[in-house]
Design a protein around this ligand. Structure first.
Ligand code: F6P
Length: 481
C-alpha cells in the first residue's frame, strides 16, 4: 500500500538507513551518517506517524526500494527492524544516471562548492553542455521528489524539506499543492550574491525561487540567513516571499552521553589510552571533507611543534576522518594529501616512542567518540560550515574540559562566542598560537569556559529544534495557499 494522508512529511536526500552488502553478500542495514540524519532521527522520535522521504543512494537500496510496497521500508521486514522510531521511510529509486548526475555533479560538486566557497577559480567551475545535462538531472531528481511528496501528504499537512539537494522542491510542491505548509532548512552555510552569482543567472533564479516556495526558510545562524536574503534582493530583485528564520541545532547531551559510555566506546578508549599514554590530545572528528580544512589543521599542528618546541613529545594530534563522497576525484585527492602530510609530520618530528599525528580514515563511531572523550583540545577549523555539530559533541563528551579552537567561519562560532578560541581558518600561524594557548590554559580558566561552552552546545537539542520549526511553519500564513 502506498503511504497516503501523512500529516508530516520530512524530505532529504540521505535517509535514516543505508543498505549495502556484508562480507557474505547479505543485505546489511545500518544507520545513515552525518549531522542532518542524526539530528532528524532524534527529532522524529517524537513525531509518531511521520513519513521520511529520501533517495535510494546505491544500487542495492534501489532494488530493495523498487520491491517494497509503495517504496515503504516498513514493508521490508529487516528494514523495519533496523528503523528506530515510530515513523515510516519511503525510499525513491531514482534511476542511477539521473541520481549520480544530480548528487555528484550538481549537489556535491557545484552547490556544495558554491556554498562553502571551495572553487579553485582559475580552473573551476565550468558551466558547459555537460554541466547543463547534470543540471537537467537535478531538475528531474527534484521533480521525482515532488511527485511522491504531493501524493502522500494529507490535506493541509506539513512538509519539511532539508538541504541543498532539494533546493527546487519547495516551489514544485507549492505549485501542485498550495494547501500544504512547507518548511525548508539549510544545514549548510549560504554565501553573498558576489560568490553565488558565479552560477548561471537562470540557475541562480531557479534555485532562489525554488527555496522561496517554502513558507519558512531556516538557517543555523543569522549570518547565513542574511546572505540568503542578500542573494534574493540582489539576484531576484525582491525579498524572498518566505519567512526567513534562524534555528541553530545543538546536541542532545543525554542521548550522546548514553551512547558514548557503551561498552564498545569504553574499549576504544582503553586502546586510545594505551596509544597516547599521559600525553595531551588535540582531537578532531570530521567527514573526510574539503571544507573541514584538515590540511591546514595539520600544518598548524606542525607549526606548533616547531615554534613551541616544548610540546614535542608531550602532545598527540588525533585526526578522525570518516570517508565521504569517494566518487568525487577532489575528495580522493584531498584525502591522499592529508595522509601524506600526516606521514611527513611523523617522519620529520616523531621519535621512537612518540608519533605526533594519529590519523584514521575509516568509519569507526566508537573510536571517534572515544577520541572526543579523551581530548584536551578540540580543533574545528572549517573553511566554512553551516554549524558543525561535532564541536558540540566534543564539548559535551570531553572528560578534560577541552578547550575549543574553532573557525570563525563555522556557524558554531556564533553560538560559542568568546568561550571558544576563534581562528581565521586560513591563518595557520594564528591557529598554531591558539593551540599553544589552549594547551597551556590554566585549569580554572578551562573550567570556567567549559560551563559556557556546555550551556551553548546543548541549548536547542534536535527535538526542540524541530518542534520550534514546526510551530513557526504551521502558524505561517501561506502566501499563495
Ligand atoms: O552539512 C550538510 C549535510 O547534510 C550534513 O548534515 C551531513 O553531514 C552532510 O551534509 C552529508 O553529506 P552526504 O549525505 O553527501 O554524506
Amino acid at each position: 500500500m502506498p503511504v497516503q494522508d501523512a500529516d508530516l512529511v520530512v524530505v532529504s536526500n540521505r535517509g535514516p538507513l543505508t543498505i549495502d552488502a556484508d562480507e557474505e553478500g547479505e543485505d546489511r542495514y545500518q544507520r545513515g551518517g552525518g549531522g542532518l540524519v542524526s539530528g532528524m532521527q532524534t527529532a522524529l522520535s517524537e513525531s509518531p506517524g511521520a513519513v521520511w522521504v529520501c533517495a535510494a543512494m546505491r544500487e542495492r537500496e534501489r532494488s530493495i526500494a523498487r520491491g517494497a510496497s509503495g517504496h515503504r521500508l516498513s514493508s521490508v521486514p529487516p528494514a523495519a527492524e533496523a528503523l528506530h522510531g515510530d515513523f515510516d521511510v519511503v525510499m525513491l529509486p531514482i534511476d542511477a544516471p539521473t541520481y549520480r548526475a544530480a548528487y555528484n555533479g550538481i549537489a556535491n560538486a557545484t552547490l556544495w562548492f558554491v556554498l562553502h566557497m571551495l572553487f579553485d577559480s582559475p580552473r573551476r567551475p565550468v558551466f558547459d553542455a555537460r554541466w547543463r545535462r547534470q543540471w537537467a538531472a537535478y531538475q528531474r531528481y527534484n521533480l521525482a521528489f515532488a511527485e511522491t511528496v504531493t501524493q502522500i501528504a494529507a490535506d493541509n499537512g506539513t512538509v519539511m524539506v532539508q538541504d541543498y539537494h532539494l533546493f527546487l522542491l519547495p516551489a514544485l510542491i507549492r505549485r501542485q499543492r498550495p494547501d500544504l505548509r512547507i518548511g525548508f532548512f539549510t544545514h549548510t552555510p549560504w554565501v553573498g550574491p558576489d560568490y553565488f552569482s558565479a552560477l548561471p543567472a537562470d540557475v541562480c533564479r531557479e534555485l532562489l525561487e525554488g527555496v522561496s516556495g517554502a513558507d519558512v526558510v531556516g538557517f543555523h545562524t543569522r549570518r547565513w540567513a542574511d546572505d540568503f536574503e542578500a542573494c534574493c534582493e540582489s539576484l531576484l530583485g525582491a525579498r524572498s516571499r518566505a519567512r526567513v528564520e534562524v534555528f541553530g541545532l545543538r546536541t542532545d547531551a543525554r542521548e550522546l552521553n548514553a551512547r558514548a559510555h557503551r561498552r564498545d566506546v569504553e574499549s576504544a578508549l582503553r586502546d586510545l589510552n594505551v596509544a597516547v599514554g599521559d600525553r595531551l590530545v588535540v582531537g578532531r572528528v570530521d567527514r573526510a571533507e574539503l571544507s573541514k580544512n584538515v590540511l591546514r589543521g595539520l600544518l598548524a599542528f606542525r607549526e606548533l611543534l616547531v615554534r613551541y618546541s616544548e610540546w614535542q613529545g608531550r602532545v598527540v594530534h588525533i585526526v578522525f576522518d570518516n570517508p565521504s563522497r569517494e566518487d568525487l576525484v577532489e575528495y580522493r585527492d584531498y584525502t591522499r594529501d592529508v595522509q601524506e602530510l600526516a606521514e611527513n609530520i611523523n617522519d620529520e618530528l616523531g621519535t621512537e616512542d612518540w608519533t605526533p599525528v594519529l590519523l584514521s580514515i575509516e568509519h569507526d563511531y566508537p573510536a571517534a567518540l572515544a577520541t572526543l572523550r579523551r581530548s584536551d583540545v578540540l580543533l574545528v577549523n572549517p573553511i566554512r560550515d553551516g554549524m558543525n555539530l561535532v564541536i558540540f559533541e566534543g564539548i559535551v563528551l570531553s572528560e578534560r574540559s577541552a578547550v575549543a579552537v574553532v573557525s570563525e567561519n563555522a556557524g558554531a562560532a556564533e553560538v560559542l562566542g568568546s568561550d571558544a578560541l576563534l581562528v581565521n581558518p586560513f591563518d595557520v600561524s594564528q591557529t598554531a598560537d591558539a593551540l599553544h594557548r589552549a594547551l597551556s590554559m590554566p585549569v580554572d580558566e578551562r573550567a570556567a569556559r567549559t560551563v559556557g561552552l556546555r550551556a551553548a552546545a546543548t541549548q536547542l537539542p534536535p527535538t526542540a529544534w524541530f518542534a520550534a520549526q514546526l510551530e513557526v511553519v504551521r502558524d505561517s500564513d501561506s502566501v499563495s495557499g
